[in-house]
Design a protein around this ligand. Structure first.
Ligand SMILES: Nc1nc2c(c(=O)[nH]1)N[C@H]1C(S)=C(S)[C@@H](COP(=O)(O)OP(=O)(O)OC[C@H]3O[C@@H](n4cnc5c(=O)[nH]c(N)nc54)[C@H](O)[C@@H]3O)O[C@H]1N2
Ligand SMILES: Nc1nc2c(c(=O)[nH]1)N[C@H]1C(S)=C(S)[C@@H](COP(=O)(O)OP(=O)(O)OC[C@H]3O[C@@H](n4cnc5c(=O)[nH]c(N)nc54)[C@H](O)[C@@H]3O)O[C@H]1N2
Ligand SMILES: [Mo]
Length: 847
């Protein structure tokens, strides 16, 4: 973060309304659990009705039905509460024996010792303080990336960072795994992050688009969830689209996914993985050479096309990017490339794209080139034309509702301590007469030096293993230099980095470097198993909370009611960090909890703030009731869209007046050539979109392995979440994660459906279960991400986590995104006795 941004952020902190004293008795009534009946809650996979019998969960169902498309994630709440749970606070044996010399190399294989909660709290507080005293705040890493659970109060990552800020500061991270490349390149190209922004509304698309391209996207799977909680509107529109035989659908993906199967009348184009940029360049060359591109659009709304054309024509590198040239790279013949370009340019075409192809080496290029192609088609800002990077995610394109958006817990500011080690306040708060009080901060007031210190160490999220292994290393990032800190303490909540990060074997080495690793987790995930201290955490079904649905639509406010008692000694993250605050320094918990607020105080505060805002809008119809009534009712608040949002066209205003509604780029236009990037002088991301050979791909000379592995997002999980539910019984093959292999390839390898297979390369090996299919391009295999890593004992992941095989290098110096979808692997039938899957079992406990 830049200094300026910090100041801006601090100045804009909302002044919190004073909280009225809690009526404890009334709150008790509110929190009384339903022992028999139905309870409303929500998860990433939607609003849920959970059935309870004698205080136990017996089933769950979607609260609403918006389409016929089945969402298998909604029925497994019982397993989410009862399977693979951590029951007690635990400390790794060697760590407990000597925290100063804790044998980090045994992390993941050591025995565990049960300790009391109070002991674990004291231990963490003491070791954290020790680390900070010895090595500084920049040795504490709490970036803690992950998908946690829904809920604005029990937001584990923010709760951790709130504690870490107030207690002195920490090193965090930049960006995310999802759109690591695109969210950094897009601001240079279109002046905004693009990937998380509202799309041209679906009603407009259905009315106007004649061709819809789904370029590397699988909405039938990825729309099962949303970051807050899905509003479930997306399926409804895709269902509508399926009925519309007048709209041509083209799917460009090496896999025929659920989406390909669902749209059975679509044209399926299967390029070689990671070669889309070449295919798009082939189209661009054809459109340019045939003069079919929209010259006027290019002249009015873009800059730098003239500097891109010499590359396109091969004047700069003696390689004209003709359809014939592209065909050799992407495997789609030149005729088809030309036909596709003709279809796009002569019809109102919406180029929808997922994010898989930017999670690849040089992942900055595909969406940059897609925008360039869309500019040549000239339909950006027209109803149903242009491009859209979020129709597959969180129901982008479902019109935004007019209503309220509820707030959530914040990460606070960095704490200040006196000589006695007591917490005295932050730059925007103080302890006065034994109470925490907020104070206004004058804009321009100095940012404390220690805050600058820790924020300047933040590094791109997917460089974590590199950073752990190489303290002091200087890397390039988007025009800046970043120095890795020397991390000696990791605290992770709400994520599963042992499963989500690339090249697990290197990651394991990295995780064995710091002295201390603390993890809060409901389940014995591989990340929990790699810790020194684990706190068993409640699931969202064991606490009260509240969430919105619809990241773009803001459609509902849902009460998330506690469904069952807390499991064994599981505690809420909020409780754990409150108790850590108490143990860490005098007065700290006052700030952490704002003078002792309970979960209900926060829920009520957020709800009431929104209600007040809404009441202030004259004549605005809304359904929001007073809080007590809302909570008692067991129903969501629903907001409606407006005629304006129903008709909204992305870039419509820019198209209308590119001067008045200039983009946020330096030129105010779409930048096909970026002088900002040119000045960075990077060899792996230049000033205009280009074809770069990925480090591993099917067309390379001397391939290190035979098949290109795509580790797509799993249909029947959210990453690793739900891997331990009954759903696995349905999709697992040979009790492992299924791997898709093309029928011809399987025959050549002597592999049949149902076989246990070994998948391997120089980086590692995993076991998987073969699914032989024609729904995948020859030479490609698919092993979905998110199977819980299970190789601590043998080095072979017995459950099939693809990240054992992926590559841990950045997309480029520009964005430093992860390159999950770039990896070559070998596959063979497994011989010998199949080892048992241990992923969902408890680790070894010390007797
Ligand atoms: N090979 C490959 N790897 C990938 C990807 C890929 O495409 N291919 N995709 C990447 C992407 S885009 C992403 S977003 C990441 C996802 O990676 P993650 O976000 O790390 O994956 P999740 O499985 O959602 O992990 C969430 C964890 O939080 C825990 N949790 C849930 N609720 C709570 C809570 O209230 N408190 C605490 N303390 N913990 C909680 C869950 O039990 C779970 O272990 O994976 C990345 N990795
Ligand atoms: N059910 C479910 N839904 C989810 C998630 C989940 O884990 N489960 N994760 C959520 C999260 S955090 C994210 S970031 C999004 C991820 O959304 P995406 O990134 O869009 O999902 P992926 O499955 O990685 O990739 C989408 C499609 O791109 C294809 N693809 C991969 N490489 C290439 C390529 O080089 N060229 C072409 N043309 N296609 C390619 C894949 O085969 C796949 O079908 O999904 C979200 N939705
Ligand atoms: Mo993601």
């Amino acid at each position: 973060m830049q200094r300026r941004t910090i100041l801006k952020g601090m100045a804009s902190l909302p002044l919190l309304s004073s909280v009225t004293a809690t009526n404890l008795f009334a709150d008790k009534a509110k929190t009384a659990l339903v022992k028999n009946g139905e309870v409303l809650t929500a998860a990433h996979w939607g609003m849920l009705k959970v059935s309870v019998k004698d205080g136990k969960i017996t089933g769950s169902q979607p609260y609403q039905k918006t389409s016929e498309i089945y969402n298998a994630l909604q029925y497994n709440t019982a397993d989410m509460v009862y399977n693979s749970r951590i029951k007690y606070p635990m400390v790794r044996k060697s760590y407990l024996e000597n925290p100063d010399s804790p044998k980090p190399e045994l992390r993941g294989v050591d025995e565990w010792v049960r300790v009391s909660y109070e002991y674990a709290i004291k231990l963490v507080a003491k070791e954290l303080k020790k680390t900070r005293e010895q090595n500084g705040n920049q040795s504490v890493f709490a970036g803690s990336y992950g998908w946690k659970s829904s809920g604005n109060v029990h937001n584990s990552r923010i709760l951790l960072q709130r504690f870490m800020n107030l207690s002195g500061g920490f090193v965090g991270d930049l960006g995310d795994y999802s759109t690591g490349a695109s969210q950094v390149i897009m601001p240079h190209v279109v002046g905004s992050i693009e990937v998380y922004e509202q799309q041209t509304s679906w009603p407009v698309v259905l009315e106007n688009s004649k061709v819809i391209v789904m370029w590397g996207m699988n909405p039938l799977a990825t729309l099962r969830i949303a970051w807050t909680s899905t509003d479930e509107q997306g399926f409804k529109y895709f269902e509508e689209l399926k009925k519309r035989k007048d709209i041509k659908i083209i799917i460009i993906d090496p896999l025929k996914t659920e989406t390909g199967e669902y749209f059975d009348h679509a044209t399926w184009i299967a390029p070689r993985p990671n070669t889309d940029v070449a295919m798009m360049l082939g189209m661009a060359h054809y459109l340019y050479a045939s003069k079919k591109y929209d010259k006027e659009f290019i002249e009015t709304y873009t800059t730098g096309f003239d500097k891109f054309v010499p590359y396109l024509l091969g004047e700069t590198d003696k390689t004209p990017k003709t359809p014939e040239w592209a065909a050799k790279i992407c495997g789609i013949d030149a005729k088809t490339i030309k036909e596709l370009a003709d279809t796009f340019v002569s019809n109102r075409t919406m180029l929808m794209s997922g994010w898989g192809m930017q999670r690849a080496h040089h992942g900055e290029q595909p969406h940059w080139m897609l925008v360039t192609l869309a500019s040549m088609l000239g339909q950006i800002g027209l109803a149903g034309g242009g491009f859209g990077l979020s129709y597959h995610y969180s129901n982008g394109g479902a019109p935004t509702c007019k209503g309220g958006v509820i707030g959530g817990v914040n990460a606070a500011s960095v704490g200040i301590f006196n000589d006695k080690g007591e917490f005295v306040g932050t730059s925007d708060s103080e302890i006065k007469d034994g109470k925490f009080v907020k104070k206004a901060v004058a804009a321009g007031e100095d940012v404390p030096a220690w805050l600058i210190k820790t924020t300047e160490f933040a590094f791109p999220v997917a460089r974590i293993a590199d950073a752990l292994l190489n303290p002091g290393k200087v890397i390039d990032h988007n025009g800046k230099k970043i120095t890795y800190p020397d991390i000696d303490f990791i605290y992770w909540v709400g994520g599963n980095p042992l499963t989500h990060h690339q090249d697990t074997n290197t990651n394991l080495k990295a995780w064995r470097k710091p002295r201390t690793v603390v993890v809060n987790e409901p389940y014995w995930t591989p990340t929990a198993k790699m810790a020194d201290i684990v706190f068993p955490t409640t699931t969202s079904y064991e606490r009260n909370d509240m969430t919105m649905t619809g990241d773009y639509s803001n459609m509902h406010i849902v009460p998330m009611k506690q469904v069952v008692e807390k499991f064994y000694e599981a505690k809420d993250d909020y409780q754990i960090f409150t108790d850590l605050s108490k143990a860490y320094a005098k007065n700290l918990a006052l700030a952490y909890t704002e003078n002792g607020k309970s979960e209900f105080d926060w829920i009520k505060e957020y709800y009431n703030a929104t209600l007040e805002q809404i009441k202030a809008v004259p004549d605005f119809y809304h359904e929001m009731k007073e809080f007590d009534e809302f909570w008692a009712e067991n129903k969501p608040v629903t907001f409606s869209s407006t005629p304006e949002s129903d008709e909204w066209v992305r870039y419509g205003e820019f198209r209308e007046d590119p001067v008045l509604n200039a983009l946020g780029t330096p030129s105010g236009l779409i930048e096909i050539y970026s002088e900002t990037i040119e000045k960075m002088g990077y060899d792996d991301c230049k000033a205009h979109p280009m074809w770069f050979e990925p480090i591993e791909w099917l067309g390379m000379k001397n391939k290190p392995a035979q098949f290109h592995m795509i580790s797509a997002h799993p249909t029947d999980r959210l990453h690793s979440q739900q891997n331990h539910t009954n759903l696995r019984d349905k999709y697992a093959v040979a009790d492992r994660e299924p791997i898709w292999i093309n029928t011809k390839d399987a025959k050549e390898k002597g592999i049949k459906s149902g076989d246990l297979v070994r998948v391997f390369n120089a980086r590692g090996e995993v076991l998987a279960g073969a699914k032989v299919t024609d729904n995948i391009l020859q030479g490609v295999v698919k092993l979905a991400e998110g199977a819980w890593y299970d190789g601590f004992d043998s080095g072979i992941c017995k459950n099939g986590s693809p990240n054992v095989l992926t590559i841990d290098i950045p997309t480029s110096k520009l964005a430093n995104g992860n390159i999950s979808h770039t990896a070559l692997v070998n596959i063979e039938k497994f011989k010998g006795k199949a080892p048992e899957v241990m992923a969902f079992k408890e680790p070894k406990f010390s007797k």
